[in-house]
Write a protein that binds this ligand. Structure first.
Ligand code: ATP
Length: 607
């Protein structure tokens, strides 16, 4: 059972959903992903039915062969050859339908994965604030694997069992009504018992998954904070926590194993009991000459078909419920309203002419959607002229990052307005607007790839010359050239680790390459040696020239060079002016902050 083991490996027990009209509609909505491949899909269905019908012919011919054996003549050879021909045809059709279902299913799924990921990328920040990353990655992995299994394995399997069950039942009845009655009478108690025990098994299985997930959480927490674990010498404590979790998992699993073992034993007894009962009555019918030997064989073979199909149904039912649960969660994601089209026809940068870069906040208030009732920005108003440098300072939690995330349009103001070049920011296509901005965060994310690729992240498609020119302006060229492989040097897990100062210069090169009208910079708090400080400061000066720059400032050099400093406290702008002006205010917030927070960096001459 490949599908079970894969989900088990992922450590995810997918919740199930009831099978009803609404849920079926969700499933049907996903079937449109098969639409482009419908011809192959229909052919696969036909091949499946064909192969099943041939499967049903097998007991019929086998019965004939046994009857022919009792009469002398060449009859048996003909029937044996026919049996082989049936088998050959059946396996050819099986090959075709297995391959076709897999091909159609995988293609549809690749489309679905792409759509889901594309939708995920285009959703607004408010969505990501509501969801945990683990939950979203689980949708992209476990839920989609479940849907994949449904399309590729479950659907054909379900159709197969249905044909075998229906066809087998009809043929059984045609073979001997008396024996059919005996067999059918014994089925209801088996089904009831199987359903009840099956339910119990599933409950315990889910409980075991939860226990296992608990232990996984312990491992994750411990490994994430491994430095803390070691520093506090808490290895034994963590091991004990993990041990307790494992014990609880073991107890639940063993309980499940006992129920399952009983279930298997019961099914074996009940099914074989039925076969014995049928055989017994069949032997009597054979003795009295009511049926032939071949008919009895045929009957027994059909009975095993039908019993096998019935046995599969309980498992199939539970798999289908899981698949519906997955479908609903993926569909839910696809129904979320995106903030943009991630792949617009016209490139975002081309859709908007260059901006001047004037920015105006007017009585902007903001509350995070995930924390209603807590207003973070409480009436922010200021205007930044094109090409000026605005430093944003304030105590921790004052709302500095929030203010700049509104500028990037990661969120929109709850009230008030934000105007860029005199137009409401919401009037611009969001991707175009962002394409005119560059953001240099504190924590610089470098992707596993070459240095050149990492710089080109600022403007995908940039030429090698442009990348190098940007690196030169960012004071990064010299150190990049110092690596044996230069710009092709890999960074990340498989490559080298860059120092904090080098990473910052890569990020600055990225921003230079982007050539934005508006620059947003969250200055790194970490201190660097004075040479690195000087190189970075120079690179930043070069980057900021001619752009409207907003800097969450941590360095004295930055605030000194700023055209205006906004002092944010408790969601209000409490002071605004130049370093000299604000530093002159006795008892002022800025003066206090400056004394405590800003560390001096080597001074660079004013541009
Ligand atoms: P710091 O200097 O420590 O980075 P800051 O001035 O940049 O602080 P913000 O990060 O803007 O402050 O945070 C302001 C307030 O908003 C804080 O109380 C914070 O808890 C809250 N906050 C920040 N991000 C979110 C979010 N995504 N959802 C809900 N609340 C948030």
């Amino acid at each position: 059972m490949a599908r079970n083991s894969r989900n088990d490996q992922a450590g995810v027990d997918l919740p199930k959903a009831p099978i009803n009209r609404e849920s079926m509609r969700e499933v049907l909505a996903l079937l449109r992903y098969l639409h482009p491949y419908r011809i192959r899909f229909v052919l696969a269905l036909l091949a499946l039915f064909g192969s099943n019908l041939l499967g049903l012919a097998f007991p019929f011919l086998a019965g004939k062969l046994i009857d022919a054996a009792t009469t002398p003549g060449p009859g048996i050879h003909r029937i044996a050859l026919a049996l082989i021909a049936v088998l050959a045809a059946q396996s050819s059709l099986s090959f075709f339908h297995a391959l076709s279902f897999a091909s159609v299913g995988q293609r549809g799924l690749v489309d679905l994965r792409r759509d889901t990921y594309s939708r995920l990328l285009s959703l607004p920040m408010a969505f990501f604030a509501r969801r945990r990353v683990g939950e979203l990655t689980s949708r992209l992995s476990a839920d989609l694997i479940q849907i994949e299994d449904t399309l590729i394995a479950l659907l054909p399997q379900f159709l197969r069992q249905m044909t075998l069950l229906a066809g087998g039942a009809v043929l059984i009845a045609l073979t001997s009504l008396k024996l059919s009655a005996i067999m059918l009478a014994s089925l209801p108690p088996i089904i009831v018992a199987a359903v009840l025990l099956g339910r119990r098994t599933r409950r315990v299985a889910r409980e075991a998954q939860d226990r296992l997930a608990d232990t996984a959480t312990i491992v994750e927490e411990t490994l994430q904070g491994i430095v803390n674990v070691k520093a506090f010498t808490n290895e034994a404590h963590e091991l004990q926590r993990y041990g307790t979790g494992l014990q609880s998992f073991l107890e639940t699993t063993l309980r499940g194993a006992r129920i399952r073992a009983a279930f298997v034993a019961f099914i074996v007894f009940a099914l074989f009991g039925t076969v014995v009962l049928v055989l017994w009555s069949g032997a009597r019918l054979l003795q009295s000459g009511e049926i032939t030997f071949g008919e009895l064989t045929r009957f027994l073979l059909y009975t095993t078909f039908v019993a096998g199909a019935l046995g599969q149904f309980a498992d199939l039912y539970s798999q289908i419920q899981k698949a519906i649960g997955s479908t609903q969660r993926v569909r839910e994601l696809l129904r979320e309203v995106p903030e943009c089209d991630p792949t617009p026809a016209v490139s975002p940068a081309d859709a908007l002419p260059r901006l001047q870069g004037s920015v105006e906040f007017e009585d902007v208030r903001f509350t995070y959607p995930s924390r209603p009732g807590v207003e973070i920005l409480k009436g922010i108003s200021f205007r930044a002229e094109p090409g000026t440098k605005v430093a944003v300072v304030g105590p921790s939690g004052a709302g500095k990052s929030t203010l700049l995330s509104l500028l990037l349009r990661l969120y929109d103001p709850t009230s008030g307005s934000l105007r860029i070049d005199g137009r409401d920011a919401r009037e611009y296509p969001v991707l175009s607007l962002r394409s005119r901005m560059a953001f240099v965060p504190q924590e610089i994310l470098l992707f596993g790839g070459s240095i050149a690729e990492n710089i080109a992240y600022g403007r995908p498609g940039a030429s090698q010359e442009e990348i190098e020119a940007a690196a030169r302006r960012a004071n990064a060229h010299a150190f990049i050239q110092g690596f044996p492989e230069g710009y092709a040097t890999l960074v990340g897990d498989r490559g080298i680790r860059l120092s904090g100062g080098q990473r910052q210069r890569i990020a600055i090169a990225r921003a230079i390459l982007r050539d934005p009208a508006i620059l947003i910079l969250d200055e790194a708090t970490s201190s660097l040696d004075s040479e690195s400080e000087r190189l970075i400061q120079e690179a930043l000066e070069s980057l900021m020239r001619g752009r409207t720059s907003f800097i969450i400032a941590h360095r004295l050099a930055t605030v000194r060079n700023a055209d205006r400093i906004l002092v944010l406290d408790g969601g209000h702008i409490v002071e605004s002016g130049t370093h000299a002006e604000l530093n002159a205010i006795e008892g002022g917030t800025y003066r206090h902050l400056a004394a405590l927070q800003f560390h001096d960096a080597p001074q660079t001459p004013q541009p």
